[in-house]
Each structure stands twice: as structure tokens, then as C-alpha cells.
Design a protein around this ligand. Structure first.
Ligand code: DC
Length: 221
């Protein structure tokens, strides 16, 4: 906490840029809670698909999501989303979720509901939160914003190494061109290209820059 408020470190970037691994390790080093906002959108996308709602039917999705019981929790210092009491963690990287999460997350009503949940985390915890619009929309007031990128070739290779079929170029286009909260590099974000760096090197660099900005670094046992 600083000035009576919880601290938020925002990490934005495109798919497979390495942000999840970096954000998780950074949170561990800082002793903060790690929030994967993409996992929240994925949890909702999975629920919509499970309920056999057409991902292109905006009205049906908005009605469904407005009535959903979405609980954003913390377990082992990490975010966990329960939908109607169900933990969808094992399904968040399903092919169908990869394919449909961008279109579902482009809907403003969906974003409105989930952004409120994300902000709720900062009422209780210091956070490292990763996503697409954390520095631009969810926590625009934080002083600690990073934009993580890597070349398209490296990102495709990382996904393939994870054994996933994820059309990241298509998702990138959708996530960057949508009208609501597109992926952008905000002026006050520090940009780090991870193409030729290890996770530890990226985290070291972020910690160095956070210290330079005056953040006091503790650590979690
Ligand atoms: O970070 P990820 O690739 O797991 O995110 C999955 C999708 O969720 C991504 O394609 C777009 C959406 N998303 C978003 O719109 N806003 C965020 N803050 C995080 C993710």
C-alpha cells in the first residue's frame, strides 16, 4: 500500500507476448497478488459456449452475462474466477475459447461488468494485473504501467511450444481494432520487448524501473 491506496502494476501486451509468465513472477517478487484479466474474459467465454449461446449473438450474450454470478476471488496469491460457483480453470485454453474469446470480449456490456470486478481486486490487495487495457482503462491512474511485446514469430513459436492452436494474429487484429478498449500503448507505459530476453531478465528490468519510480520492493515468503 502507498498513500493509503493499494498499488497496481499494469502489464499490457498482445497474445503470447510473455505477459502472464512475467506478471506472475513479478507478483511473487513484489509480494503482490497476480491477476490474469484475460482468464476472466476466458472464463466468461467458456460459460457462454457451455450454454450453447452463439458467440455472434450480441443481445443473447449481453442478457446472459448480466444475469451471471461471477465471483472474482484469490487463491494462492492468484486470481480465480468462479462462474455460478464453477471453477472453469481447466477449460480456459480450450480451442473453442481461444477462437471465440476476442469477439465476446469486444462487447461493451461484457467489459463493463468485468472491469468492475477487476477494479474490486484493488480494494483489498496490491496487484500485478495483466491484460490489454489495464493501463489505459481499468487503472489509468496507476504510475506503474508496462507494455510487453515480442515479435510475431517468437509469439507464434511460444504458443506452439505450449502445444496450443491459437490464431494469435487473428486475435491481435481483433483485440487492437475493436471500438471498446482496444489494445493500445499508452503514453505513460514503459515498453519492453521480450523477444530476446528470459522471463527473469524481463522481471529484473521491470523491478529496476519500479525502484527508479520510487516503489519500495518487499517480497513474499
Ligand atoms: O491474455 P489472453 O490472451 O489470455 O486474453 C484472452 C482474450 O481476452 C484476448 O484475446 C482479449 C481479451 N482480453 C481483453 O479484451 N482485455 C483484457 N484486459 C484481457 C484480455
Amino acid at each position: 500500500m502507498q498513500d493509503g491506496k493499494h498499488i497496481v502494476v499494469a502489464i499490457d501486451g498482445p497474445a503470447a507476448s510473455g505477459k502472464s509468465s512475467v506478471a506472475r513472477e513479478l507478483a511473487r517478487r513484489l509480494g503482490f497478488v497476480y491477476v490474469n484479466s484475460g482468464a476472466i474474459y476466458r472464463a466468461v467465454a467458456w460459460n457462454i459456449l457451455q450454454n450453447e449461446i452463439d458467440p455472434r449473438d450480441q443481445g443473447a450474450i449481453e442478457r446472459h452475462v448480466s444475469g451471471l454470478q461471477i465471483r472474482c476471488d484469490v487463491r494462492d496469491h492468484e486470481s480465480l474466477t468462479l462462474i455460478g460457483g464453477v471453477d472453469p480453470s481447466d477449460h480456459l485454453r480450450d480451442d473453442a475459447v481461444n477462437k471465440n474469446v476476442s469477439i465476446i470480449s469486444s462487447l461493451s456490456r461484457v467489459r463493463e461488468i468485468l472491469v468492475e470486478k477487476m477494479r474490486g481486486y484493488a480494494r483489498d490487495y496490491d496487484l500485478v494485473m495483466e491484460g490489454r487495457d489495464i493501463g489505459s482503462v481499468v487503472f489509468p491512474e496507476t504510475r506503474f504501467k508496462f507494455y510487453i511485446e515480442a515479435s510475431p514469430e517468437i509469439r507464434s513459436r511460444r504458443r506452439a511450444a505450449e502445444g496450443q492452436s491459437d490464431e494469435i494474429a487473428i486475435r491481435d487484429r481483433a483485440d487492437s481494432s475493436r471500438s471498446t478498449s482496444p489494445l493500445v500503448i499508452v503514453e505513460d507505459a514503459e515498453v519492453i520487448d521480450t523477444s530476446n530476453l528470459t522471463i527473469v531478465q524481463v522481471v529484473d528490468e521491470i523491478v529496476r524501473r519500479l525502484k527508479a519510480k520510487g516503489l519500495q520492493i518487499g517480497s513474499r515468503p
